[in-house]
Design a protein around this ligand. Structure first.
Ligand SMILES: [Zn+2]
Length: 725
């Protein structure tokens, strides 16, 4: 979850369908809606959502918004959205871009404001009552979404406009809005005859049940497995805190006085890394990799095969060759061939490196006098020994140089050098929690850009991870530029006494990463709200955030911010080099296990038959074809690949490396021209940050770089090939 914006993206997706793509405040309300606001009775007058936000910059009046205000506001927003859609379909005038597509884009404003505040705060200020409201609201929002996407009269109007799209003289972003709107109906089955519609409904229903079952089985498999240790000698090599945690687990599971390890990562990973007992390492490794594969009631093999088959049938019904073709239509990659092409370019170099790493591991095992050929369950154990030998870096060495405050100033410094933007802290603006820090952001010409909020510290009401989202997105669709209100949430430690909050190297990178999303939201310069900021395909959305991380480790930037909190001394470059070198360690393994899972995902979803596969044989066939070595398993095997069988990532697991390639290729431009080269920074701003989802990302990238990205910079970065001179 770290470095991800999963929840906000999921919300954006779920509400995109109901025509409320982002947040807004009352000063952006369409005239029709303002009228409705005035008509509210006195009861509703005390509810802040029912009147204009009179706060500076239209920031939501957080102190006035109470739990009891959400449900009535949701109800009203849903009702208002239905009325707005009805007004479009009841329009006697012939369908036009303005009275249909643009009208849909403008619908749902009220709901959108409520959703942005509510779902924003469920991530960072959750409690039982908020969860109860979410539970009550969620089916109502789904029903609204279904009612809109299955609205035949609405689709007829959209289709009528779409059919004239080439005669309408539309701008690029308008054409995209029209096409995306039409396609989202078609993808939901709007063009099907009634018999096919019935089939689709039945396929969706079966898929829903199977995905749920897959997840339940996996949960049961994960929870049921345990390894009970009653002999203290079998704990050899394990750190004390891991042993203590295992004792707590044992007690909770009715084995008081013993130690229990499970296949959950916080238990399994340290065991594989530190346990000197090879037999037990094998046991826990197999416990983990056999989940969903055991001959019991929780077996997921047949379910996975059925899901793949039903997805193929659904794709066919909707006119697509395979499920991956259906999914990738909405991604930057566009079609499976492009994904395979990319994965095939990285695979040989990664596999070659993994084999070298395997040889190193074997050497280490031999040196310790082990007379065996290393196996998959030895990888963590020996690679950790090699890591310690080559790059032993203690977090306590680096942390004093990365105080939260200094790192934040480093982020602002970088943005200022690149784009001339400045940040001015304001302590008098509404905030949802005392931890929140609020900044006015100004452009290089002094004009106001937007509001940036940072909510850094860990607290109980916050979910884990780090993310970016907005209380209001930038848009120009109401005749003037509505400025964005963007926020970052992280889970960093609080200051202790007079010691400032100190970050690990990874946490400092996270701050740069999340700011990379935020700056895209802030510098956004689009027209339609559903397209602005980070409204991007999922294989592209992590690209700008990853790019931002690069500046952090540049000597010029480090010299500015990475100063010891006590002595003020800048972090020694040798220490930074050591950290960066350690980043290349074990990348063969990491990339290979990731690519193997990506290829497994793509293989399941490019099937051109509904015939049920034998999942075990299918997976073995794929791995044999790519030449995966026995010592590495795909990061997710079929039986527990919940991202693709019970989550929303089918044909999408490749997305992480796709974004990485764009990031590495972009960084080459900055390194060649100068990390603060104004022309490069401006080109990146104009073609990537400002444009958001207003055009095809492939074209936008070409405008920035003058070419498609090449894969070599990524291979160099991971240490698979040496840097070109
Ligand atoms: Zn991210």
């Amino acid at each position: 979850m770290k470095k991800n914006l999963i929840a906000p993206v999921a919300i954006a997706i779920s509400i995109a369908l109901v025509g409320c793509k982002a947040t807004t405040t009352a000063d952006t309300l369409a005239p029709a809606q303002q009228k409705t606001v005035q008509q509210k009775n006195t009861n509703e007058q005390s509810n802040p959502f029912f009147s204009d936000f009179t706060t500076p910059y239209g920031i939501p009046p957080f102190e006035k918004i109470k739990h009891q205000h959400y449900l009535p506001a949701f109800e009203h927003g849903i009702e208002l959205n239905r009325q707005e859609i009805a007004a479009i379909t009841n329009n006697k005038a012939a369908p036009t871009f303005e009275n249909t597509i643009e009208a849909m884009e403008k619908s749902g404003d009220f709901l959108n404001t409520v959703s942005s505040v509510f779902y924003g705060l469920t991530g960072s200020m959750s409690d039982d009552e908020m969860r109860a409201i979410a539970k009550e609201t969620s089916p109502k929002l789904s029903a609204l979404s279904d009612d809109i996407s299955l609205n035949k009269a609405l689709f007829a109007r959209v289709k009528a406009v779409y059919q004239q799209k080439d005669q309408l003289n539309l701008r690029v972003d308008q054409k995209k809005l029209l096409t995306d709107s039409y396609k989202s109906f078609v993808r939901g089955g709007a063009n099907l005859n009634s018999a096919d519609e019935k089939t689709l409904r039945s396929l969706n229903e079966k898929l829903g049940k199977l995905s749920l079952k897959f997840g339940e089985n996996l949960l049961a498999e994960t929870n049921n497995w345990e390894m009970v240790i009653d002999n203290k000698a079998d704990l050899a090599g394990l750190p004390d805190d891991i042993i203590a945690a295992a004792a707590v687990t044992a007690k909770a599971r009715g084995h008081e006085g013993k130690w229990v390890f499970t296949t959950h990562r916080p238990s399994k990973n340290p065991f594989l890394t530190y346990s000197t007992n090879r037999k037990l390492r094998e046991k826990i490794y197999k416990g983990y990799t056999m989940r969903g594969d055991n001959k019991n009631a929780n077996n997921n093999q047949k379910i996975a095969a059925e899901i793949a088959s039903l997805r193929f049938q659904k794709a066919q019904l909707l006119g697509y060759k395979t499920w991956a073709n259906y999914v990738l239509e909405n991604a930057m990659a566009k079609k499976p061939e492009n994904v395979f092409k990319l994965l095939d370019q990285v695979w040989p170099a990664a596999l070659k490196r993994a084999k070298e790493e395997r040889a190193d591991i074997q050497k280490m095992a031999d040196a310790e006098g082990g007379h065996f050929k290393v196996a998959a369950w030895d990888w963590w154990y020996y690679s950790e020994k090699i890591r310690k030998q080559r790059y032993d870096i203690d977090a306590s060495e680096t942390k004093p140089y990365f105080s939260l405050e200094n790192t934040l100033q480093g982020v602002f410094y970088t943005a200022n050098r690149l784009w001339g933007v400045t940040f001015k802290e304001r302590n008098d603006l509404p905030k949802y929690h005392p931890d929140v820090r609020t900044f006015e952001v100004f452009d290089k010409d002094g004009s106001f850009v937007g509001i940036y909020m940072a909510d850094h510290y860990v607290r109980k009401s916050k979910r884990g991870g780090a993310w970016m989202s907005s209380f209001r997105k930038q848009t120009k669709m109401y005749g003037k530029n509505i400025t964005p209100i963007i926020y970052n949430v992280t889970n960093f430690p609080r200051p202790v006494g007079d010691k400032p909050a100190l970050l690990t190297f990874d946490q400092a990178s996270t701050l740069f990463h999340e700011f990379g999303h935020a700056i895209q939201g802030l510098l956004s310069d689009g027209y339609y709200r559903s397209q602005t900021g980070t409204a991007l395909p999922r294989d592209y959305v992590e690209y700008p955030s990853q790019v931002m991380e690069n500046w952090m480790t540049e000597p010029e930037v480090l010299a500015h911010f990475a100063k010891h909190y006590k002595t003020g001394k800048v972090i020694p470059q040798t220490l930074v080099d050591k950290i960066q070198a350690s980043g290349k360690f074990n990348q063969g393994f990491g990339t290979v296990e990731y690519l193997a899972a990506s290829l497994l995902d793509m293989s399941w979803h490019t099937l051109t038959t509904a015939k049920l596969q034998d999942a075990e044989k299918f997976e073995q066939g794929v791995m044999k074809k790519i030449g995966l070595i026995d010592e590495i398993a795909p990061r997710y095997r079929t039986g527990y690949f919940s991202h693709i069988f019970s989550g929303g990532y089918s044909s999408g697991y490749y997305g992480y490396i796709w974004s990485n390639i764009y990031d590495a290729d972009t960084w080459v431009a900055f390194k060649e021209n100068g990390i603060f080269d104004q022309k490069t920074a401006e080109g990146y701003r104009k073609n990537v940050l400002e444009t958001g989802g207003t055009d095809d990302p492939t074209l936008m990238y070409r405008r920035f770089r003058g070419k498609d990205p090449s894969v070599e910079p990524l291979l160099e970065r991971r240490g698979f090939i040496s840097k070109k001179k």
